[in-house]
Design a protein around this ligand. Sequence first.
Ligand code: FAD
Ligand code: NAD
Length: 469
Amino acid sequence: MSDASYDVIVIGSGPGGYVCAIRAAQLGLKTACVERRETLGGTCLNIGCIPSKALLQATEKFDEAQHHLADFGVKVGKVSVDLEAMLAHKDKVVQANVSGVEFLFKKNKVDWLKGEAAFAGADTVAVTGPDGKRATYSAKAFVIATGSDSISLPGIEIDEQRIVSSTGALSLPKIPKHLVVIGGGYIGLEMGSVWRRLGAEVTVVEFLDRILPNMDGEISKQMQRLLTRKGMKFRLGTKVTSAKASQRAVKLTIEPAAGGEAETLDADVVLVAVGRRPFTDGLALDQAGVETDDKGRVRTDGHWRTTAGHIYAIGDVIDGPMLAHKAEEEGVAVAEILAGQSGHVTYDAIPGVVYTAPEVAQVGRTEEELKAAGVDYKVGKFPFTANGRARAMNATEGFVKVLADAATDRVLGVHILGAEAGTMIAECAMAVEFGASAEDIARTCHAHPTLNEAVKEAALAVDGRPIHF
Ligand code: FAD
Ligand code: NAD
């Protein structure tokens, strides 16, 4: 006998799980969500997107006050950092967001089953609460939304003091003198930027010969140049073979990725940011007949259905980019399928944003991907140096690049490097979602003066007719 039964039980309350639970409840399904953390919101709200953006925002303000306000004729006295207050700002933002989800659960009548879930059969989960008590719940359908966890490298032990994951990097009690970041991806560049702005020397060690390997090559090259100008150092094509922490420092051994002479690097703190792994520990998937693939991801049929037909999986624990908004879209789609509707996600229209300064944002395909696929495409580019609002903001770094099909003019990809690129990419994602042509963007009236006019101009440039460049 189970303690309660539901139409759907969602396991995990990250952006995939909590959004799925709310949408399922909106559609009239009796819904519960199991979460083992003390607060709802998953990686994203507790130790990911939200706290990292709170620190990026705070340190950007510091950088602005220190280096850029004077250019606007704003004089400030000596600017200094109160790290404790900055970390408190981050914690407050996290608290507001996680309690917001708790409120939304109550509002939508989603039951929060507090504790760790493990399948106890095909239609039952056992939930072990924080007090060690175990209860069982049954449901007609389950959604696995257990997310991901950071990984390390062989022989490098994360102690969250000297050798940290992103979680430790969000709460360093002191500004390190030298921070070595292993991995030049999303986390490496965002958290590297945070501590660089606060005064740390930052060296990014990247295995490949470029940073942001999944982004457009031209953008990533330019991004590296801009970050270098801000004082970040890069060691590309380099691997870390060991990192030994003592009480006061870390000694790293690095060598060329292709093999060669080793050298050492000394750091106060090392951030390991080489990716994340799907998290299914303790779920007892075998009890329910749910299979994983060779990368440990829950295997799905392309419509989020696992090898057990009534059990679905979404978010970081399945295939695809590990992004909060991707998880959310999948959560909505699965809830709608469970309610008898036809949920859908357009994977080509999922934007990716790196929240550095300037930001990097993209949607759709990169030039490298189009070349590899043999697609004939046209390119339209527009630099922010030619955009009036960007000049007014002293934010002229970067450009917009629109890639369109050579024959049909359909927008295949948009890549933006520049201030507020993450906000600007929304109209581009909509263009991809609606199957718009570059001409459609070019003929859409964009308010003046806005940064978005650069998107319109890049779309005009696809046809060789930008007005302002
Ligand atoms: P998660 O958010 O990982 O949530 C899974 C939840 O399941 C967790 O709360 C976990 O405790 C719970 N759980 C696991 N197993 C069990 C169990 N057996 N029983 C009960 N509960 C369980 N993405 C973006 O789009 N934008 C960003 O700016 C961004 N910034 C990031 C910054 C950092 C530092 C990190 C680490 C990640 C960032 N991400 C960002 C990625 C984003 O956080 C993830 O893609 C997103 O959280 C995935 O959502 P999810 O619902 O799949 O899983
Ligand atoms: P990532 O995949 O973005 O970057 C990892 C980097 O580490 C890559 O450049 C990779 O080539 C490099 N790398 C791998 N092995 C290495 C090695 N042995 N030595 C040196 N470099 C090595 O992963 P991440 O930065 O850890 O972030 C994890 C995930 O979290 C991301 O994939 C992203 O989906 C998500 N995230 C998103 C955001 C955002 O949306 N703004 C922010 C943070 C994290």
